[in-house]
Every structure is written in C-alpha cells, then in structure tokens.
Design a protein around this ligand. Structure first.
Ligand code: KG4
Ligand code: ZN
Length: 353
C-alpha cells in the first residue's frame, strides 16, 4: 500500500454539509501522521431555525444543493485536484436517512467515476477520533490508552472504553434523550432560539447553578447509562409552577444554570467512575455538547484530580464536520481496514458504533 495518501471526506448525516481533505502518512508504525489540508462546513441553522428543529426533507434538499460547491471548495482550499485523491470517505450513519443518502450517493458517484476506494465511516467514530486530532500543545500517542471517551451530541450520549486506537466498546449510552437533545428541548421550553444548546449554556453563565435542585437521573445506578428525559420533564414542571413573564431573565438564567449543572454532574461523575474501573490513562470528550464550557471545565478539573490526561476535541471539531470523518478514516486505514467495492457501501440511519 502507498503509505503517503490523501482522503476526501464527506459528511451529511444531519444538518451540516461538510467536506475535508486530509493528507495522511500511514508508514509510522504506532500512530498515523495526519494533516488537515482543508475543511469546509456549510451549516443549515438559518434554514431550520424557523421550524425550531431539523426537518429531514428540507435538510436533504439543502444537502443536494450544497454538496457539490462544498466539495469543490474543500478541494480548492487543499490545492488538490479530484484526480489526485487516493480515498473517499463518507459518513454512512447514524443520522437522518434522507441526509445520509445525499452524501453516500454523491461519494459513490465519485468513487465510480474516479475508480477510487470508498471508506464508509460511522459518524460516532468520527466524533470519537476527533479528540485525537493533533496539535502542538496536544501531542497524542498510544500512551493515552486505556482511554474513556465521553461522546455527547444531539442524537447520542455514550461512554466508550478505548483499549487501543483500534479496539473500543460502548459501555453506556442514553436510554432516552441525548444530552444535546435535552439542551435543545429545555431551550424550547424557555422559548430560546434554535439550536438551543449554545443558548442555554450562554444564559447559564448568568445564572445560579444551585438555584433549583433538579434531579441527577441515574447517577447512582451502577451502570454507565444515562437518561435525560425526566430531567427535561422536571424543568417543564418547574416552569409550570413558576411561569415565565416578560421580566423573567433571572428565572431563565437560573433554570439554564441549574439544568446544565445537573447534566454536567451526571456526565462527569459517570465518566470518572469509568476512569476508575477501567484504570484509564486519559479521558476524551467530543460531540456537539463538548463545546459546553462548564462540561469542559468540570471534566478537566476532575481529570487533573485523578491524574489522567484530558483530551477534549478542538472546538472547531465539536460540531459536525468532515474533518473528523477523515480522521476516523485515517485511523481505520492505519488499523488495517480494506475498503470494499463501493456498491457495498450503504447508508444506515441506525448504524451502531
Ligand atoms: O454533534 P452535533 O453537532 O450533531 C449531532 O451529531 O447531533 O451536536 C449538536 C448538539 C445540539 O443538540 C446542540 O444544541 C448541542 O450539540 N450543543 C451544545 C452546545 N453547543 C452545541 N449543548 C450544550 N452546550 C453547548 N455549548
Ligand atoms: Zn454529530
């Protein structure tokens, strides 16, 4: 195999159309050397904010419109011509089926036309490996294993144990709403704009996290699963008993801060329990909710206290993007993955990690 390769990665699982080009040196034995040459993300936030959430058919139509210009820009920014690309990587799932299909079919078309291998990537593996993006102040090597990965996004909340850069298993996930989904739903209850997560976290900075004693769901359960739907209902009942008025700024801020504290508390405590049980050397944090400042801070402090390395994915990679899909594809190749015929690549909205 040619050890110096480049990857064109494509991501369309939800409401971001994204493409990236990465140059990868696979010849190093222990860890691939990956350089991101370009990364383009076209968000559909403006489109979906009117409806207060992602409408799958609308998202798919926007992906169809955006995918070609986004891929062309990623290639142009990388200075690579399409013909010079060695591998195409695409998110195969999980995600919204109409959205996934646009990326997968586009990538299959490219693979066929250019006769290039196609790598189907699990979106959650993308989030997982986004924490392994190298930077000068965060050199990463195989010394970080065993690693406990907390992945918190709009659709998923999971704790993963990584034994090494190839072998990992999910040890806990949400039994109902994902953490990001809970943030978005609470934002709706508070009549905050979409997407709610960043709005709730912004308002939380002005509030008192101890003002309201919201429940810490499943905190004392022995397993690593989560449940956030009851917490959202607790916020609903609190607001029913304490209705919002035009002057409710303080109340809103206190609800945000107290809700956020409950979510962060559960996420951090369960993650740190896993660190202990699996004798982890590091904790990684990724997914859209990993942009949350309070979560980053609390996890960082807890890692310092437990003397384990903290690996948050860079903020630029917390939300959906194609660079993380390229990163996951790079590790897949380094781990020995052999791409199959592109005809075997299929979108799967429920693809498991
Ligand atoms: O990973 P992501 O971009 O998409 C999915 O794969 O779902 O995650 C999006 C989620 C949304 O629910 C959004 O509200 C949440 O991440 N989010 C945040 C913050 N920024 C984004 N949640 C809490 N605090 C934030 N600062
Ligand atoms: Zn995501």
């Amino acid at each position: 195999m040619n050890k110096g390769i480049n990857i064109l990665a494509i991501e369309t699982s939800c409401d971001e159309t994204a493409a990236a080009v990465l140059s990868v040196n696979l010849s190093r034995e222990k860890w691939p050397q990956i350089t991101t040459l370009s990364s383009v993300v076209k968000s559909q936030i403006a489109l979906h904010s009117k409806m207060g959430g992602v409408v799958p058919e609308t998202a798919a139509r926007a992906h169809i419109k955006n995918i070609r210009p986004v891929v062309e820009k990623a290639l142009k920014d990388s200075s690579y011509k399409l013909e010079a690309i060695s591998y195409i990587a695409v998110t195969a799932g999980p995600g919204l089926m109409p959205s996934l299909l646009v990326g997968v079919e586009f990538a299959k078309g490219l693979a066929l036309a250019l006769n290039k291998p196609l790598i189907p990537v699990n979106h959650m593996a993308g989030h997982l490996y986004s924490a392994f993006s190298q930077s000068a102040d965060q050199p990463i090597s195989e010394k970080v294993f065993p690693n406990i990965a907390l992945i918190v996004s709009g659709g998923h909340t999971m704790i993963v144990v990584m034994e090494n850069k190839k072998k990992y298993k999910v040890i806990g996930q949400t039994v109902d709403d994902a953490a990001g989904e809970a943030f978005d739903k609470v934002a709706k209850l508070l009549k905050l704009p979409y997407p709610g997560g960043p709005e709730v976290s912004k308002l939380a900075e002005q509030g008192n996290p101890n003002a309201i004693a919201f429940p810490r769901p499943m905190l004392t359960h022995k397993n690593y699963n989560f449940s956030f739907s009851g917490l959202k209902t607790a916020v609903l009942y609190y607001l029913r008993d304490n209705p919002l008025t035009a002057k409710s700024y303080k109340l809103k801020a206190d609800v945000c801060a107290s809700f956020q504290a409950a979510v962060v508390d559960v996420l951090v405590q369960k993650t740190m329990r896993a660190v202990k049980e699996y004798k982890a050397k590091s904790v990684s944090l990724s997914g859209g909710v990993s942009a949350n400042r309070s979560l980053r801070e609390m996890l960082k402090v807890n890692c310092q206290l437990s003397k384990v390395k903290f690996l948050p994915s860079p903020l630029s990679l917390s939300g959906d993007n194609a660079e993380m899909i390229g990163l996951a594809a790079s590790f897949m190749l380094h781990n020995g993955f052999k791409p199959k015929n592109f005809k075997q690549v299929k979108a799967d909205s429920n693809l498991e990690l």
